[in-house]
Design a protein around this ligand. Sequence first.
Ligand SMILES: Cc1cc2nc3c(=O)[nH]c(=O)nc-3n(C[C@H](O)[C@H](O)[C@H](O)COP(=O)(O)OP(=O)(O)OC[C@H]3O[C@@H](n4cnc5c(N)ncnc54)[C@H](O)[C@@H]3O)c2cc1C
Length: 396
Amino acid sequence: MTGAIKKCHVTIIGAGPYGLASAAYLEAAGVEARVFGEPMSFWKNQMPVGMCLRSSWSASHIADPKQQVTLDAYCHQNGNHVSKPIPLDRFVDYGQWYQRTLVPHLERRQVARVDLDSGGFRVTLADGEEFLSRRVVVATGIGTFASRPAEFVGLPLELASHSSEQNDLRKFKGQRVIVVGAGQSALESACLFKEAGIEVEVIGRQKSLRWVGLHPKLHHLGALSWLLYSPRDVGPAGISRLVSMPHLFRRFPRQFQDRTAYRAIRPAGAGWLQPRLVGMPITLGRRIVSAKAKGSQLHLNLDDGTERLVDHALLATGYRVDVSRYEFLSGSVSQRLETVGGYPVLKRGLESSVPGLHFLGKPAAWSFGPLLGFVSGTEFAARELLYCFHHRNGTR
Ligand SMILES: Cc1cc2nc3c(=O)[nH]c(=O)nc-3n(C[C@H](O)[C@H](O)[C@H](O)COP(=O)(O)OP(=O)(O)OC[C@H]3O[C@@H](n4cnc5c(N)ncnc54)[C@H](O)[C@@H]3O)c2cc1C
């Protein structure tokens, strides 16, 4: 019954920081949009209970057009104190308050499929509803892109899990655990294990640990600090400023962009983790070359010839963007999508090679730089999305 099918102007898929911010900006600009997703679900369900944000206060506001729904406003209006570093549960609560305040029309429903249709897209929801949308904004985050080292593929979840598959690490009480990785997620998870009385060792490939935020005084040197650091807080001195300007950043040669992006976001722990890691067994410069089930345990061989027998390996091994893994994108959409290394190639308005299909958040990082992988990129992304409506009147 195509005659009766509903139509809408824009569909936003995702209710994390990017989906919410873009919904708020479109609403303020008078653009009609349907918004789908579970508010802050990735943060709530796929990050460890007890975690704190690595990003600073200034870099953790979800952008809103009037700058009134900030973390400060959240504290003020709800009488909530939020400590620094920002605890995960507070940030989730802030995001949900943001949603209730600015995106009350959010639909907590899953998008199952996006197909091409004349004049735009046919969107199918998991509950069966279908409608047509002129534009689709994909803001579904990195949850789908968990990267598991080849040695661990095929092992049961009880023996090896990706960090995104765990929520409450205290359930490993009484077990011996290995954390694989040496970035913030690995180091913080290891601290949470240790603090819960769980025996833990960290094994990482890099030769030494790297830290961020060890020199807070550098942020209080007036004009000099302003020149070196953007409040968006992605990357070290100098790079921080450059990546905070995605339009400038993307003009540089590709090789420079790639090297600078890596330098901005390479695995590193927040300085405030250091005292919590005292006494932690950490093995660096080593690879795990095999991982096999041995009875109810996991047997690991390292490239230095040593072995470990543990109850569980937590793989804090990051995420690898590959938009072909977004199951809701139909074959006809995926085939027309120009990608590089799994990232969609985007132009102004964060629009892909499929006209009217936009990508926000980390998938936009190949085209617009590492800022787009963080909450502090929400303002740029939401404003950039509006570009389409200001310059093309939202039509295709
Ligand atoms: C352990 C960890 C710590 C981090 N710490 C920080 C930090 O301190 N600061 C920082 O800036 N960034 C941090 N990040 C990065 C963080 O993931 C991103 O900044 C942020 O989540 C990007 O928001 P997003 O809106 O793109 O995606 P997400 O927050 O992942 O939101 C995705 C949304 O899409 C919805 N969704 C997915 N599929 C569908 C579907 N088919 N239909 C409908 N809805 C769907 C989900 O329900 C969810 O609402 C961290 C990441 C990890 C893994």
